[in-house]
Design a protein around this ligand. Structure first.
Ligand code: PMP
Length: 304
């Protein structure tokens, strides 16, 4: 990805894509303490709009706060940086990646005194789990790798190093012929996918794990809001893997994954083995929302 035309915002400046480099002794590269966001912009009739830009940027600041990384820019500046990157790269719809990392002044566990840097890149990115996955659902395997424990990783943060656990789980699922992994928490309850929150539907009610071990997903929050607005009851609670086997519908949510139905878990068909009716309703509303076709949610969109 390094060799492309385009612009990347780095530490307050728009620079050429190929010049957006770091030194090999960058602290974050060695120890994984960095924080980032995944954001999407969509084409709407009024122009390109970023979905829930303020919430994503606020989460970036919260992530940094958790690790005591002082971002040397304010929220407004990073909001503007993201709009600028989409605009300057002339992207109609895209994925955005704001990243905050620790500089290369010194190594060693303590990052005290090192500089903090910020970059924002954006590029076109289609359906993360495939167009087919969005329409027909994906096959998922419960991971042999456990999700974060609350006193090991602080999961309100979206942190670089945490994704080692995600990659292990995803690698295993793909090697075994599945599309994605479902991770359980340290007590064996359902937590989330490698980069997605998870939902199940049973008897017309929507269930999702509470936030003890999973990321407070912004798409998760959008789905909970839309479901409530549609009059569908939503319950946040501990969920067991056999509850997923026996549910009527299941789906993943995430900025990259959007709303992707799950048609199978551990070789057990879920519901009818295809995208279920409530999933379809939420998915279709979600795609209307991001395309600016649902006026009641227009406040979630920021034109670039
Ligand atoms: N969980 C994990 C581990 C993730 O990486 C993501 C993607 N950011 C999510 C959940 C979904 O979060 P969001 O809807 O904010 O993208």
């Amino acid at each position: 990805m390094a060799d492309r035309d385009g612009k990347i915002w780095k530490d307050g400046e728009l620079i050429d894509w190929r010049d957006a480099q770091v030194h090999v002794l960058t602290h974050t590269l060695h120890y994984g303490m960095g924080v980032f966001e995944g954001v999407r912009a969509y084409k709407t009739d009024k122009g390109t709009a970023i979905f829930r830009l303020k919430e994503h940027t606020q989460r970036l600041f919260n992530s940094a706060k958790i690790f005591q990384m002082k971002i040397p820019f304010d929220l407004e500046t990073l909001i503007e940086a993201q709009r600028t990157v989409v605009r300057e790269n002339k992207l109609e719809s895209c994925y955005l990646r704001p990243l905050v990392w620790i500089g290369s002044e010194k190594l060693g566990i303590s990052a005290k005194g090192n500089t903090i840097h910020v970059a924002v890149a954006a590029w076109p990115w289609g359906a993360y789990l495939g167009e087919d996955g969005l329409a027909k659902g994906i096959r998922v395997k419960t991971s042999s790798f456990t999700r974060h424990h609350v006193n090991v990783s602080l999961v309100r943060a979206k942190a670089c190093g945490y994704y080692i656990n995600s990659i292990l789980a995803n690698q295993e699922a793909l090697a075994d012929g599945y599309d994605e992994a479902l991770l359980l928490d340290t007590e064996g309850y359902v937590s989330e996918g490698s980069g997605e929150n998870v939902f199940v539907i049973k008897n017309g009610k929507i269930y999702t794990p509470d936030l003890a071990s999973c990321l407070d997903g912004i798409t998760r929050d959008a789905v909970l809001t839309m479901a409530r607005d549609l009059g569908i009851p939503v319950i946040e609670k501990r969920i067991t893997r056999d509850e997923v086997y026996c549910c009527d519908e299941a789906f993943f949510t995430g900025t990259a994954a959007e709303i992707t139905p799950i048609r199978e878990l551990d070789n057990r068909q879920i519901g009818e083995g295809k995208r279920g009716p409530i999933t379809e309703k939420l998915q279709s509303l979600f795609f209307d929302v991001v395309a600016g076709k649902a006026p009641q949610y227009e406040h979630w969109l920021t034109l670039v």
